[in-house]
Design a protein around this ligand. Structure first.
Ligand code: GLN
Length: 566
């Protein structure tokens, strides 16, 4: 049973994919939060993958990891960032996940001999999960984004499940269609027909949208709003204009210009609970994001950037957002340049170009290609004292570079790339080895939140301390961060690496796993790598301490350089 008066908002897409359903859902959630409601967002991905873990980031974008370790769609990252909450496994579902559960239940006689069918058994399982997620969060409103576009074969069962909820609770369920209005170049006019057709298609499923969010390169004028309203049988105020804008963080404020909050409250028979100033805080952040006077140029060196002629920064959205938040709060505008490390290997680019940047980030990644190019970049920034932040693979490679070029272990490598190397300074965890031998790739990495203890006096310690993490009486600091990796710093070499001058400033509480590696300030202004992914926990109103420390270091070094040339 659903909680009395609990509300559901279903968000579906019309005309085409990629129009920003995730940002629209997050923004509606933000607005509801500002009116005192507790919300819980859910992402439905209609594909058959059981989770997003085995999907190629160049095809599907970033794999976002929750505290629990579930590997999810990047939209969960948008939800966490906009709504300042940590989500759990029940907040994400795929068709694969649902079918797997229902089929396993059938195999164990869970349906007691009945014929198991898509309707009602799949739809009932979908609804059970939606209700459970709402209960977990004790929320007032669930925002459920149904992936794909109206007309897809794959998402029909989810829409059917939502339709049955609407029939059962007509006052408590609302459908929002995020649609696209093209402006064909030859006409220069915004066309409403594709949206009208998408609504008809939705109608053919027995669902009438309650609101249409009209995405487009420009705002929707009143005439076209009236046209859509008339054709789709909606009040004109329920057609919301959502033009392209510079930053996704402007979207909640922009939605409020069309009074989206009141339309939602009216449709769902709700009254504002409290005005808590949530949107005021948000406005402050948006202003910060626009008013930074300082400039920062950071190079991101890695792989997964190019698909054909396109640079796919979607694969690293959390990294991009994390660095933005820290820059904005430091009063800086950030420019990121994506450099494909393979070009350093072929000679297409020279690593010395990195001197033109204020800092370098090497994000996570897998496999062999482009690795030597990354190592060349790390060697350059280490020697030239350019601030460096390495994330996961970026930490492992910083350790390898240090071993090769400082300790003189020319053969130092990771088992992932060259298992025959005589110095496997990054090695597979024993429990992982067995899984790979058995081809068990799904959800088997070291995933999700694990604690780490930080060493006093290090970059890492100071960064977290300034972000109000609590130091314990014995002077240590405990943190928790999200992971997604199979390989580790090899325990056999830890003592020697430390003797050589690299500090493992964060370790697992049992001291077995190295979580953060850095160079002392006396040697380098800021060279730090994390085995975990700090980017998953960076939020607009709470930037991540390590990204902030990196940004500070970039700004400091830039200032030093500028005074040098004065
Ligand atoms: N490929 C490395 C590993 O599996 C790093 C993973 C990552 O960067 N997320 O350990």
């Amino acid at each position: 049973m659903k909680k009395k008066n609990h509300k559901y908002i279903f968000v579906v897409g019309g005309v085409m994919s990629g129009v920003g359903k995730g940002i629209a859902s997050s923004s509606m959630g933000k607005i509801l939060q500002s009116k005192g409601f507790k919300v819980n967002p859910i992402k439905v991905d209609p594909y058959l993958n059981v989770d997003a873990g085995n999907m190629n980031p160049t095809e599907h974008g970033e794999v976002f990891v929750l505290d629990s370790g579930l590997e999810t769609d990047q939209d969960l990252g948008n939800y966490e960032r906009f709504l300042e909450m940590s989500l759990s496994p029940d907040d994400y579902m795929t068709s694969g996940m649902i079918y797997k559960h229902v089929i396993e239940k059938e195999r164990s006689l869970g349906f007691r001999g009945k014929c198991v069918e898509a309707i009602p058994h799949i739809t009932e399982e979908i609804i059970r999960r939606w209700k459970k997620a709402a209960d977990n969060h004790e929320s007032d409103v669930s925002l459920i984004e149904i992936g794909g576009t109206i007309g897809d074969y794959q998402n029909i069962l989810f829409i059917e499940a939502a339709r049955t909820l609407k029939i059962k609770y007509p006052q408590d369920v609302m459908f929002v269609m995020v649609s696209y209005l093209p402006v064909p170049g030859s006409l220069g006019e915004m066309k409403t027909r594709p949206t009208q057709n998408a609504v008809r298609q939705l109608n053919s499923y027995g669902v009438q949208p309650d609101m249409i969010i009209a995405r487009g390169v420009q705002s929707l004028d009143l005439r076209r709003k009236e046209k859509i309203a008339m054709a789709c049988a909606l009040p004109v105020e329920n057609i919301i204009s959502a033009p392209d804008i510079k930053s996704v963080y402007d979207v909640p404020l922009n939605f409020e210009k069309d009074k989206i909050g009141s339309v939602i409250l009216k449709t769902l028979h709700m009254r504002t609970k409290s005005h808590n100033g949530e949107l005021e805080e948000w406005k402050k952040f948006v202003q910060k994001s626009q008013n930074g006077k300082k400039e920062l140029e950071v190079a991101v060196v890695g792989k997964y950037f190019d698909t054909g002629d396109f640079v796919l920064s979607d694969a690293y959205v959390s990294v991009i957002e994390a660095i933005k938040f820290s820059s904005y709060w430091a009063g800086a505008q950030i420019k990121l340049t994506w450099i494909n490390s393979k070009e350093y290997e072929t000679g297409g680019r020279k690593v010395s170009e990195l001197k033109n940047y204020d800092g370098v980030i090497v994000p996570g990644g897998f496999g062999e290609s482009g690795i030597e190019g990354v190592l060349m970049a790390i060697e350059y920034v280490r020697k030239n004292k350019i601030p460096y932040l390495g994330l996961c693979y970026g930490m492992q490679l910083a350790v390898i570079e240090f071993c090769r070029n400082v300790l003189g272990w020319a053969d130092a490598h990771t088992t992932e790339v060259n298992p025959k190397s005589s110095r496997l300074v990054i090695d597979i965890m024993p429990e992982q080895k067995k899984l790979l031998e058995e081809n068990k790739y799904g959800a088997t990495m070291r995933l999700g939140a694990y604690p780490a203890v930080l060493k006093k006096g290090t970059h890492a310690f100071n960064a977290y301390l300034s972000a109000e993490a609590l130091a314990k009486e014995d002077g240590t600091l405990n943190i928790s961060e999200r992971h997604r990796h199979r390989y580790e710093v090899n325990p056999e070499y830890i003592a020697e690496i430390e003797k050589g001058g690299m500090i493992f400033s964060g370790t697992s509480p049992d001291n077995r796993l190295m979580e953060i590696a850095e160079l002392p300030k006396s040697v380098h202004p800021f060279l730090l790598g994390t085995q975990f992914h700090p980017e998953f926990k960076a939020r607009p109103l709470h930037p991540h301490p390590l990204f902030s420390a990196f940004v500070e270091a970039c700004l400091d070094e830039k200032k030093k350089k500028a005074t040098l040339f004065d």
